[in-house]
Design a protein around this ligand. Structure first.
Ligand SMILES: Cc1cc2nc3c(=O)[nH]c(=O)nc-3n(C[C@H](O)[C@H](O)[C@H](O)COP(=O)(O)OP(=O)(O)OC[C@H]3O[C@@H](n4cnc5c(N)ncnc54)[C@H](O)[C@@H]3O)c2cc1C
Length: 437
């Protein structure tokens, strides 16, 4: 008798929601309008969820123009997701493919070092065109902002901050710093390392400072980088250059990430350009000819901060709010983008079954799926930084030998390449470049 009756589960879900939760303003409220918050918003909005994003800083075009010094290496699978969401196209070519990574071990002044280990796209013939793509943080944020602003399902609450929230059985009530009250089925913390949501939920973190600060800035050089990134391991910390597109004046450019002791970093920040360039060249080497600072310098203290739990009642942490790691392997935002793909998948799956997408069972699926990846990447960055940020001769001998050995092992390099591209393992749909169905 019912064989010709088809149930539209999404419609059932909406009807149920209307009957029981009519006063909810949104499906979810996202706290934070950084890279993670905006991308989460765009992904969920395109999947039919209604959202508010609380963004204290008008991601303002000022931020996008000036940038924050960082250039972010985006791995292949997260890049596919950004492409699917329409964010990548907004970059309008403002990115450079990273085709090769050369790893070197040395002391400042050893400017003729040979690479001990080289990763290139040829070590990987599985449809990955580059190890990663490098994009300036401000440009990426601008592109995300642009797409988020044009999503009908997103309400951007600009220039405001979260003040407090209260969790009830079937909803979360949020109060903003201007007194406005809104409610939703779920609160998503994308409010960065110092997450207020995480603190209000009393979720503990583990981690420590590295006694290092990173200086980031653009540099111009005589010869083209040909898509090569260089990572030098110096006793005070890693010193990396990431390939950038040529500057507006046609000069070849790379982005520098230079980790140093906080005291020396402070000196370098205050130094005149001649002193800065002299110290930089002693580490950069001569492989790209003459190198010069060509923009503003920014500095970031480096540390590890990982949340014990990524979920609580009707609450979930994503991005740096869940895990802030050392930038040595360029994985911080990539991990955040993987959080987004997994959360969007489990929420959609529950919603399509006519279920509440913010129950413990659903959120726990997210947490379980993400935990292993987060801990392995945090541990990898930790081990590499500790192994290389020292000048103990026997340790140097063993690590250099290890790098040379790995360099000769094509299957091992292929494995690391696939890990860096994030195309292996149990991938959620968005990371495959598809919407979950
Ligand atoms: C030197 C350096 C190099 C890096 N290189 C790479 C790389 O190559 N590849 C890579 O993948 N990652 C890299 N990272 C990591 C990457 O930059 C971060 O993981 C990423 O930017 C974090 O984004 P997020 O949105 O989670 O957090 P944030 O960018 O910290 O955003 C948090 C947002 O929340 C807002 N907020 C805070 N409090 C409140 C509140 N009470 N109410 C509302 N909103 C609030 C803030 O205003 C902000 O907009 C690097 C990091 C550093 C420091």
């Amino acid at each position: 008798m019912f064989e010709n009756v088809k149930f539209d589960l999404t419609a059932c879900y909406r009807l149920g929601k209307k009957m029981f939760n009519d006063k909810l303003n949104y499906d979810a409220i996202i706290v934070g309008g950084g890279h993670a918050g905006l991308t989460m918003g765009v992904a969920l909005a395109k999947l039919g969820f209604k959202l508010a994003i609380i963004a204290p800083l008008e991601v303002s075009f000022k931020v996008a123009d000036r940038g924050d010094g960082r250039a972010l290496a985006i791995s292949e699978a997260p890049r596919r997701m950004l492409e699917l969401l329409g964010i990548w196209a907004k970059l309008d070519g403002k990115y450079a493919p990273m085709k090769k990574v050369n790893i070197l071990d040395g002391k400042p002044g050893d400017i003729l070092q040979d690479a001990l280990l080289e990763f290139d796209q040829n070590a990987n013939q599985d449809g990955v065109s580059a190890v990663a793509h490098v994009v300036e943080s401000g440009h990426l944020l601008g592109a995300m902002w642009d797409v988020a602003q044009n999503e009908a399902n997103i309400t951007l609450l600009i220039g405001r901050k979260l003040k407090n929230f209260k969790t009830h059985k079937s909803q979360v009530d949020v109060t903003l710093d201007d007194g406005q009250e809104i409610s939703a089925g779920l609160i998503i913390a994308a409010d960065g390392r110092g997450s207020m949501v995480r603190d209000l939920l009393d979720i503990k973190t583990f981690g420590w400072g590295y006694g290092q600060s990173a200086i980031v800035c653009p540099v111009s050089h005589e010869k083209p980088h040909l898509g090569t990134a260089y990572e030098h391991f110096y006793p005070n910390g890693p010193f990396a250059s990431l390939p950038l597109p040529n500057g507006a004046d046609g000069r070849h450019q790379s982005s520098l990430v230079w980790a140093e002791s906080p005291e020396f970093a402070k000196k370098l920040m205050a130094a005149d350009e001649d002193f800065f360039n002299q110290e930089m060249v002693a580490r950069f080497g001569l492989h790209l000819g003459d190198v010069k600072l060509c923009g503003e310098r920014f500095t970031y203290p480096l540390g590890l901060k990982v949340a014990h739990d990524y979920i609580a009642d009707r609450a979930v942490l994503i991005g740096d709010a869940a895990h802030g790691i050392h930038p040595i392997a360029g994985q911080g935002l990539n991990m955040g983008l993987r959080d987004i793909a997994v959360l969007a998948e489990v929420m959609t799956e529950a919603r399509n079954l006519g279920l509440d997408f913010a129950t413990h069972i659903v959120l726990n699926k997210y947490q379980t799926w993400r935990r292993f990846d987060v801990l392995t990447h945090a541990a990898f960055a930790e081990v590499i930084n500790r192994l290389f940020s020292n000048d103990i001769a026997p340790v140097r001998f063993v690590r250099d030998l290890g790098l040379k050995l790995v360099d000769g092992m094509v299957p091992v390099k292929k494995f690391f390449n696939k890990e860096a591209a994030a195309v292996s393992g149990d991938l959620p749909s968005l990371l495959k470049g598809e919407f979950p169905s």
